[in-house]
Design a protein around this ligand. Structure first.
Ligand code: CA
Length: 228
């Protein structure tokens, strides 16, 4: 395939393990041990995706995301410490595409990398007017949604919320990202308002609203649309 993944990790053992697994999965891998090397590597090789540990020796990993986002929309998967929810949230809000919590299984990381690449390649092909995820169909121009062939009546805000998430199934959205997405249709300015909309959407689309199948909660972070 020849797609290069830039792995930014100062712990050599972890970096080596991640490299082995990604190479085995058919990627080319470039390892950077600190933030400066990461930014230089990203400029030089234009990787297909960056795996970025947030705990780096020279500069804040969040700062590296900011710097990368200045000039590029390269997909970023961050590695965060268990319990570090605020870093995870800020990382996603700065533009990281997904996160994996340490300690992680390398297999899981490879699966996430593949999923993020799939999503970003689909997004690069332009906005799909009809989104199909499993048995959910979202007709964007007509603002219609159906679940298992059954039409569901959503408000404009609810529709925007579902369309945003269904466009990138599996992607974790923070509440504030979802608030941005519904901006223009929603009057609320509180992140908790998203929870209320999600609750209403679930009543309409979920067979069992208390055990959601489509619109899933990501604890401490936000929500995602089930990917399959
Ligand atoms: Ca580290």
């Amino acid at each position: 395939m020849g797609r290069t993944i830039l792995v930014v990790e100062d712990e050599r053992k972890i970096a080596g393990l991640v490299r082995d697994y990604l190479e085995h999965a058919g990627f080319e891998v470039l390892v950077a041990g600190d933030g400066e090397a990461a930014l230089a590597g990203a400029r030089r090789t234009r990787p297909a995706l960056v795996v970025l540990d947030l705990g780096l020796p020279d500069r804040d990993g969040l700062d590296v995301i900011r710097e990368l986002r200045r000039s590029s929309s390269v997909p970023i998967v961050i590695l965060t410490a268990r319990g570090d929810e605020s870093d995870r949230l800020v990382g996603l809000e700065l533009g990281a595409d997904d996160y994996v919590v340490k300690p992680f299984s390398p297999k899981e990381l490879v699966a996430r990398v593949r999923a993020v690449l799939r999503r970003s390649e689909a997004a690069a092909q332009g906005v799909t007017e009809i989104i199909r995820v499993g048995d959910v169909e979202v007709d964007v121009p007509r603002m219609r949604i159906s679940v298992g062939g059954r039409p569901v009546d959503l408000t404009a805000t609810e529709f925007q919320l579902v369309a945003t998430m269904a466009r990138q199934p599996g992607r974790v959205f923070t509440r504030s990202q979802l608030l941005d997405a519904v901006h223009g249709v929603a009057f609320e300015s509180y992140e908790r308002a998203i929870d209320a909309h999600v609750k209403n959407v679930r009543k309409k689309i979920e067979p069992v609203p208390g055990r959601p199948r489509y619109l899933l909660t990501v604890h401490g972070v936000g929500y995602r649309f089930a990917d399959g």
